[in-house]
Design a protein around this ligand. Sequence first.
Ligand code: DON
Length: 303
Amino acid sequence: MDFQRMLDEIGHEMARRDDRGAVATYIPELADIDPDQFGMAVATVDGRVMVTGDADVPFSIQSVSKVFTLALALGRHGDGLWHRVGREPSGHAFNSILQLETEHGIPRNPFINAGALVVTDAILEGRAPKETLAELLQFVRAAADDDAIHIDADVARSEQETGHRNMALAQFMAAHGNLRNPVEMTCGTYFHQCAIAMSCRQLAMAGRFLVGGRDMPGLVARRRMRRILALMMTCGHYDASGDFAFRVGLPGKSGVGGAILVIAPGRASIAVWSPGLNANGNSHLGTQATEVFATRTNWSVFD
Ligand code: DON
């Protein structure tokens, strides 16, 4: 398959689309990003990496970080983690507090904010935030084979200053005994993990640990990999997860910075970035581009 040509075609097609969605504004540092950017990268199981557009421009990975922290938390706590967080799609927005009230402080899944806060709290246990973030960066750098990946301190500060909702979620879970560390510590670590900056090329490389295959980084056991992918498929796009599964047919995780990481098991890791979001808070052009890519490659986990 001529991936380079396919990516270039998709890049050109996306450049012609008028509706690019709207950039997230609730984190001030993200509000100024130029919405006209689009990048895409594919890292295949045979070791090739193909890119198009703004694929080397770093962006804030935001909620895509939840995939990496989940892998770390499962590595440390195993199935015990599932006593503190569920595995069901929420059918609600990423930052919703609604279900936490009726479900006694146990978040529906590790990818909504409440669930991700529990996951971060779990990897923080017995460690300082600095150590935890260093461990996370080490994991991401190893996955991507790139030691330049870092945390954007301005984005972290910006989210910290406006993070009332996340702190409310954390306080609520603390009230239910579902946080082991002080709220400020768990939230602070979470804000920093969301502020990891990566390009499409780096993110596609980092996603290879979920592809499987002899030459891919073996950072998690196969059985665990399958489970992370199942969660990406069912919960990776919040209340648009069903629509993403329907349209793309591959597990994916989106972030409010406009990134989507998509995994074609046994084939490739795909990263797309365009900062304009749709009504569900997922990249508008990113979703469209991955749909076109999945259609043209004819890749689907349902095939
Ligand atoms: O917690 C937040 O609001 C952000 N740091 C991350 C949210 C996010 O990326 C949701 N994704 N669509």
